[in-house]
Design a protein around this ligand. Sequence first.
Ligand code: GTP
Ligand code: MG
Length: 204
Amino acid sequence: MQIKEAIFTKSSSTWKECPAERMPEYAFIGRSNVGKSSFINMLTNNSKLAKTSSKPGKTQLINHFLINKEWFLVDLPGYGYAKINKSIREGFNEMIAGYFLHSKNLVYMCVLIDSRLEPQKIDLEFLRTLGENHIPFVLIFTKADKLSGTKVRTNVQTFLDTLSAEWEELPYYFITSAETGLGKDEFLDFIEQSNKEVAEIFQQ
Ligand code: GTP
Ligand code: MG
């Protein structure tokens, strides 16, 4: 799939305010600063579409972007940013959980994982929460340009091995870089296929 058009639709502070249009949604989530907004910009070839920052805590609302007038990309705030005020952090967590528990359009949560790190407790716990709530998800390993290919593959394998300890089936995963565009075509092809699979449900 090629992204021909990406339009910012709206920012919402709760799931109740999210766009009412019935279209498939793919939401990007992960630790603060993992590269969610940068990944969205890389996919859409627009470095200014989603706001990015070298400081964690940049995205603070649920942001919807309409792609090719067919589906939504959703940029979410990050989780696990320790330095942010506790009530703001709890507000983010509530916003994120409210979204994935109630969104009628959500097809996949796309959970971004920093490919440089060993498995982080907070990511594993978040995936567990998604599993407990039967929310489908895929993994996007980010910042692959910062390591050698061998090291990235080792880290990804370690993450998958850790998941195998508690999951019977492993999710789809993508190794990506917002810097080089690695993983872009593969991920967009996945969305195209997924949109076909859900088309009937969304036409009802
Ligand atoms: P919050 O909105 O704060 O939760 O962060 P985020 O997950 O949206 O991260 P963001 O896209 O703002 O990126 C955080 C920092 O990581 C920025 O300085 C980006 O330039 C950098 N970054 C993101 N993706 C990549 C990547 O693939 N490679 C490299 N080298 N840097 C990246
Ligand atoms: Mg962001």
